[in-house]
Design a protein. Structure first.
Lengths: 115, 113
């Protein structure tokens, strides 16, 4: 079965880069995702990457995928206090029904940004 | 991006009553929707997969008679917590896929007194 692991906490200073790491076990995963959750809110999709890609950049966000090591990372450049939240890594279950993209989540990394 | 709404956002009810939570995909259709439960400071736990036109698929350990799911149309799924008890108090979140993305609702905070 799938398993997704993340470190639980990360603290960075405002203006620095944040790197949140994630490992997964299912090599058949087709898509991997990063979600952001602020207190009391739902999950906001930040970005996703297809498994045949190594890197994806979107403004301040850079996703790196090492498929050999099953390692995914999210880099946030110029981290701001508004980036403080919990970040979830997730992989799409390749065995779920066609088009359903059922997700398996990591436990989430709480990012704290120090002003 | 696509929008998924949930209603209500918060609900307080007495023990023994039933509570219905609605999940709507506002600008796309979804034959499948997912219901999650999230405890404080924890990750999301998948409860069930809601399938339009057929029965929901429940995860192991989730009581189907306790958590009734109805996928009435291609844009609406409902979760009814029947005979709610304090231990059902939680944050319930739904999601709907629009390939290859999964969009989440804002969540419903349920408090059972």
């Amino acid at each position: 079965g799938e398993d997704v692991e993340q470190s639980l906490f990360l603290s960075v200073r405002e203006g620095d880069s944040s790197v949140i790491n994630c490992t997964y076990t299912d090599s058949s995963s087709t898509y991997l995702y990063w979600y952001k959750q602020e207190p009391g809110a739902g999950l906001q999709l930040l970005t996703y990457i297809f498994s045949n890609m190594d890197m994806k950049q979107d403004q301040r966000l850079t996703v790196l995928l090492n498929k050999k090591d099953k390692h995914l990372s999210l880099r946030i450049a110029d981290t701001q206090t508004g980036d403080s939240a919990i970040y979830f890594c997730a992989e799409a279950d390749p065995y779920s029904g066609a088009g359903s993209y059922q997700l398996t989540f990591g436990k989430g990394t709480k990012l704290s940004v120090i002003p | 991006g696509a929008v998924v709404s949930q209603h209500p956002s918060r609900v307080i009810c007495k023990s023994g009553t039933s509570v219905k939570i609605e999940c709507r995909s506002l600008d796309f259709q979804a034959t499948t929707m997912f219901w999650y439960r999230q405890f404080p400071k924890q990750s999301l736990m998948l409860m069930a997969t809601s399938n339009e036109g057929s029965k929901a698929t429940y995860e192991q350990g989730v009581e189907k008679d306790k958590f009734l799911i109805n996928h009435a149309s291609l844009t609406l799924s409902t979760l009814t917590v029947t005979s709610a008890h304090p231990e059902d108090s939680s944050f319930y979140i739904c999601s709907a896929p629009l390939a290859p993305r999964q969009y989440f609702g804002p969540g419903t905070r349920l408090l059972v007194l």
